[in-house]
Ligand binder design. Structure first.
Ligand code: FEO
Length: 170
């Protein structure tokens, strides 16, 4: 039986994951508008993963007999300074989500909710991957600096990311 506290926190996390999808779609649109189709493709897949994360939580709520109460989503920014600023913001967002998942895990521990702990272990692993993949793109963009050719090589590389890959596109 889900406690009220865990049920509410899981509902909140569903919204956080959908907001991440929304944010990444805004980033995707910005990158697409800069003719960086490879970066945009990478970000589009990232957004799709966030929807999968939200659905995993939502289905868990349903499986446990919890009440699903969808929350309003905020408006993501429509403009960004540069591809590097986009990727830094994406990494920062992942770090924020990691903190939320850890807080949620802490709550599941204090509530002695073992099934929720098991579910969240998947999310804890996933956040390690998510931070790693966004961090790699940030690092590579910083290395590229003002080099347009390096940016275009990266764009080509990121455009090859497959739907199952969690890394920067290798
Ligand atoms: Fe669902 Fe990227 O965290």
């Amino acid at each position: 039986m889900l406690s009220k506290k865990v049920e509410e926190a899981l509902n909140d996390q569903v919204a956080h994951e959908f907001y991440a999808a929304y944010l990444y779609l805004a980033m995707m649109a910005y990158l697409d508008g800069r003719s960086l189709g490879g970066f945009a493709h990478w970000m589009r897949l990232q957004a799709q993963e966030e929807v999968e994360h939200a659905m995993k939580l939502l289905d868990f709520l349903l499986d446990r007999g919890g009440t699903v109460e969808l929350q309003p989503l905020g408006k993501p920014p429509a403009d960004f300074e540069s591809p590097l600023a986009v990727m830094k913001a994406a990494l920062g967002h992942e770090q924020k989500v990691t903190g939320m998942i850890h807080d949620l895990y802490g709550l599941a521990v204090s509530e002695k909710d073992y099934p929720t702990q098991v579910l969240l272990q998947w999310f804890i692993d996933e956040q390690v991957e998510e931070e790693k993949s966004a961090g790699e793109v940030v690092d590579q963009l910083e290395l590229a600096g003002d080099s347009v050719s390096a940016l275009l090589v990266m764009n080509e590389h990121l455009g090859r990311r497959g739907p199952e890959e969690d890394d920067a596109g290798e």
